[in-house]
Design a protein. Sequence first.
Length: 215
Amino acid sequence: LRRIPLLATLSEQQLDALAAGSARRSFPRGRTIVAEGEPSQSLYILLSGRAKVQRSDTEGKEVILAVLGSGDWFGEMSMIDDAPRSASVITLEPCEFMAIEKASFRKLLAESPEVSMAVMRQLVGRLREADRKIETLALLDVYGRVARVLLDFSEDVNGERIVRNRLPRQEIAKMIGASREMVSRVMKGLETEGFVVPLPEGRMLLREKLGSYTH
Ligand code: CMP
């Protein structure tokens, strides 16, 4: 447990107490870990793999709110306010989690200012991200939205911006409220104009001028 950054500041005693109220779990790809609208029992810390946070309407249309990776946690919102799960979290790859029961998490928040602060910092970060997304959806056209998603998912590799993980068009579409066909058209346009260069294994090189679409 101590190797999990969120829990690194806890005392031996606190970790022992937490171990009693937590369990390590593994899930294959495509598994729903928490389901929107359901009552909550646990908080999850992602130890390895990636998972998506999504909401869907009554017709089954989906929007992806975030993609989580190793070290991220989820399921804290309904632990804090006792409301039903605000979204579903679904594995994109085989994932390993630490699941912490509600009572243990509540006790931890009460006993550890460091953990409380870390949870608050994460919630504030998410609000900032949500504000940015509102701006993106309200002010940018589909080219700008696609460009922003590509840049958000890219990383610096020897001075170049590379999207390393596969980013299917359908998933991009669900992040920006556009159809898959529209995203395909925009991606083709970006490739033709040389803003995006496709690389082997679904990776992409992003040219610097792509940023001009996002403001
Ligand atoms: P909870 O509501 O308990 O269950 C669903 C979880 O998804 C929620 O807690 C958060 O941990 C996570 N979640 C909800 N909205 C977002 C978001 N916009 N970005 C990242 N994670 C989110």
